[in-house]
Design a binder for this molecule. Structure first.
Ligand code: SF4
Length: 212
């Protein structure tokens, strides 16, 4: 198992003894500019002591309105794929590398904008604290932004998908795609294949969790 490490795993993150405490502090975060335009902070959700933490990129439009992670189209797709893989969503902690929605206004719509590496690095302060407190058996990086936050710039999702990296702080990180990538596939046959491959990744995660 190779060792790579990113900003969320090279620091203890925000001090605090509970997820509720960290969440309260994060709601008034001004560490980068993104809080200025988003409706609200979207913190992680799930049980303390969850065996697995799924880390996405950032909240989307629906998550920004609801104040909850993974409740939009990509989150619903993740739910269905988790069910197919035999992983109970309620037993997982789900969160994002960046906690405020970054977007570009286009008419009445808000179009997703990719966070910069600098934004990911400052927001890793909160992700690091979540990981310290949840202390899962396995962390899953969903897509390139999460992979960068957890494993640094050397990781490449297309090359490293399905690999598990052991960090110096003792956390294992599994790399796969973000489910939003599946929503963008227009060709039906290719879409079915990609979805099946993602479910297979989740099944591999279920096996890793069972094997301890
Ligand atoms: S995106 Fe992260 S670092 Fe930036 S203001 Fe929001 S919580 Fe703070």
């Amino acid at each position: 198992m190779a060792e790579l490490v990113g900003p969320a795993l090279t620091q203890p993150g925000a001090p605090g003894a509970s997820l509720d405490e960290i969440h309260r502090e994060a709601t008034i975060c001004t560490r980068c500019e993104l809080y200025k335009h988003a409706a609200q902070l979207v913190f992680g959700e799930g049980p303390k002591g969850a065996e697995v933490v799924f880390v996405g990129e950032q909240p989307g439009d629906k998550e920004d309105v609801a104040g909850q992670p993974f409740v939009g189209p990509a989150g619903k797709l993740l739910d269905r794929c988790l069910e197919e893989a035999g992983i109970e969503r309620a037993s997982c902690y789900v969160t994002n590398a960046v906690k405020h929605f970054k977007f570009e206004p286009r008419g009445k719509r808000r179009i997703h904008a990719k966070p910069t590496r600098g934004e990911v690095r400052v927001c890793a302060w909160w992700l690091a604290a979540e990981l310290r407190l949840v202390r899962p058996k396995l962390v899953v990086a969903l897509g390139a932004t999460a992979a960068y936050s957890l494993l640094g710039p050397q990781v490449k999702v297309t090359r490293d998908r399905g690999s598990v990296f052991r960090s110096p702080v003792g956390l294992s990180v599994f790399v796969t795609i973000h489910p939003s990538a599946l929503l963008r596939v227009l060709d039906q046959a290719a879409g079915r294949q990609d979805r099946a491959r993602f479910v297979n990744d989740l099944k591999a995660i279920a096996t890793l969790l069972e094997d301890g």
